[in-house]
Design a protein. Structure first.
Lengths: 325, 262
């Protein structure tokens, strides 16, 4: 089986190390090697990091045109490799790259693809890969088995666990030179604007305070920012506040937003739709503040307050400030 | 410019969670009686994207939908919003299409329509949430694909698209014809007025079957569905109350400090 790796901030992305951790288990069950493909120039240090994180073999697909993700170039390089090595399973992160690449890669390889998987398991009796994924906005779970080889799964962030790097692990590094002439790319990235993260990034925060439609406007989010600040956390939102422009879309937690798994998730004036909960339901403790006692959020929350957040949150904030001193 | 917008009819994703039922044995979702289907939300964003291009520079906008038991009132929303014609590809064999199968039928229909410059569709459908059909369609049509767009601009034969990436925005250019999938950041579908609905009654609705597209049988699935269920949730919510909401807020501070090791 093979992982398609990504780089982030000079090392392997979190998603990649998670897939190597989870992939190690699957590869051992399958009785085959765990391989990884790394694309672009200057990936040699990441090869060593991959081996320490569980890979047996690293393919360095080299060409300067591969260093930044470009769909047709990555498709050509990866398709050629996979046709040569014939893996049983291909894992890709459910990331910006993975969502874009996987369906098209599956077309070229004739692969059986399941997107946004929360679980990928080897079924030894059937000799097949079982892939679990959320469907219907996260209201149900589907388990799918590929009818074709290879099986392919994009893996949700934090669904698998990275292993502690073991520098004593040994593996093979194979360098592959890829030819990409000018006719290959069908699109061109003219600009990349990387958003400056203010404070703790949402996905890494130990505490997240999220607001929903019930916040009513951007001013309410200032109160949530203050609350998040006292708790050393980050502010998130469900989709309606983002669509309404009360907060930037980068704050959206949910099925098509960020996946968070904090120790504490405070859901304020947020109904708790399944699409939103898909992004935060694995939080250690969920606390809900909502005017509506029948709000769906209360079926996910560990603690709840029924009340208007405008009345509940200011005293909450003051008492927390006192206790934090 | 000829734009084809692919729209999917889905169970209403906003339906109350308590009405959502799964027949685990049949591996099917049981639609709650009396709840009409809707256009998948991201496909409404796709219609909006097409209409903005039509407003700015003129375009013929054709809506296209594939499925079994398609609801004319639901899908005609595309016409009311401003599309010029609606193509319905309906067949009893289309009840179990995966993203790849859907893409095959869409590609066959698009080739039959002929001469497109741009295909726009939502990034994923609100039922199976796969996000496959749009990209697979681009592969079948042999064109570029730009996904999760929040802004689409056309100038001559070149498309400039702002797309949402994990950590910011990318500006991508491609030549038409091509496929673009859109996300909600593009903006909601415009309000539809009664005059819009009345005007749309004159617009053509064309209906095809799989046979009309030269498809003898529906495309096979690439994965088998082995299980479909609603995950059990056994969380018990401890309510924190007070004589006033303010008091409840204060008590909650205690809960957070004691129970959450903050």
């Amino acid at each position: 089986m093979i992982v398609i790796g990504e780089r982030r901030d000079g090392g392997l992305s979190a998603s990649t190390t998670e897939m190597l951790g989870g992939g190690r288990t699957i590869a051992d069950q399958m009785g085959g090697p765990l391989e990884i493909a790394l694309l672009g120039e200057g990936m040699e240090p990441l090869a060593q990091e991959s081996i320490a994180s569980g890979a047996d073999r690293v393919y360095l697909l080299q060409n300067p045109k591969l260093t930044q993700y470009q769909p047709e170039s990555w498709l050509k390089a990866i398709t050629e490799l996979i046709c040569r090595i014939g893996p049983e399973l291909v894992l890709i992160g459910q990331t910006s790259m993975g969502r874009d690449l996987a369906p098209r890669l599956a077309c070229r390889l004739g692969a059986g693809l399941a997107m946004d998987c929360t679980k990928v398991e080897w079924d030894p009796d059937a000799g097949r890969v079982r892939m679990s994924r959320p469907v219907f906005g996260g209201k149900a779970v589907a388990i799918e088995v590929s009818s074709l080889k290879p099986a392919m799964a994009t893996v949700r962030a934090k669904a698998m666990k990275a292993r502690k790097p073991d520098a004593s692990r040994r593996g093979e590094v194979v360098t592959v030179s890829v030819e990409i002439d000018d006719s290959v790319p069908k699109s061109r990235t003219a600009a990349r604007v990387r958003e400056k993260a203010e404070g703790v990034p949402l996905e890494d925060a130990r505490v997240v305070v999220s607001g929903g439609r019930g916040i009513g406007g951007p001013e309410g989010f200032e109160l949530l920012d203050a609350l998040a600040g006292v708790l050393g956390g980050a502010t998130g939102a469900s989709r309606p506040p983002c669509d309404a422009g009360w907060v930037p879309s980068s704050r959206q937690v949910g099925l098509t937003g960020k996946m968070v798994r904090p120790d504490l998730y405070l859901a304020v004036a947020l109904s708790g739709s399944s699409q939103h909960m898909a992004g935060c339901q694995d939080s250690k403790t969920i606390i809900a503040i909502n005017k509506d006692p029948d709000a769906n959020i209360f079926s996910y929350a560990h603690y709840g307050v029924v009340g208007d957040y405008r009345k509940v949150v200011p005293p909450l904030l003051m008492r927390l400030k006192e206790k934090m001193k | 410019m000829k734009i084809i917008v692919c729209v999917k009819q889905v169970l209403d994703p906003e339906m109350p969670v308590s009405s959502f039922r799964v027949d685990r044995e049949q591996k099917k979702v049981v639609p709650p009686p009396g709840t009409p289907p809707v256009v998948s939300p991201f496909d409404e964003n796709a219609i909006e994207a097409a209409l903005r291009l039509k407003d700015n520079q003129g375009a013929e906008v054709l809506a296209l939908s594939v499925g079994r038991k398609l609801s004319r009132p639901v899908l005609k929303k595309a016409l009311s919003a401003g599309a010029d014609a609606l193509y319905l590809v309906e067949d009893s064999g289309f009840d179990d299409l995966d993203g790849f199968g859907t893409a095959q039928v869409l590609a066959a229909a698009i080739n039959k329509i002929g001469g497109f410059d741009l295909v726009i569709t939502g990034r994923q459908a609100a039922d199976w949430d796969r996000g496959v059909a749009g990209s697979a369609l681009a592969e079948l049509l042999g064109v570029a694909c730009i996904t999760v767009a929040r802004k689409i601009e056309a100038d001559g034969g070149t498309l400039t698209v702002e797309r949402v990436a994990d950590d910011g925005i990318e500006v991508v250019e491609a030549s038409m014809p091509c496929v673009v999938t859109v996300t909600n950041e593009l903006g909601s579908l415009r309000q539809i007025t009664l005059p819009d609905i009345m005007r749309s009654k004159q617009k053509p609705v064309l209906e095809w079957t799989a046979g009309d597209l030269g498809m003898e049988r529906p495309p096979p699935r690439r994965t088998e569905l082995r299980d479909l269920f609603i995950p059990a949730r056994d969380t018990v919510c401890e309510m924190v109350a007070g004589e006033t909401p303010e008091q409840a807020g204060e008590k909650l501070a205690e809960v957070i400090c004691n129970d959450c090791n903050i």
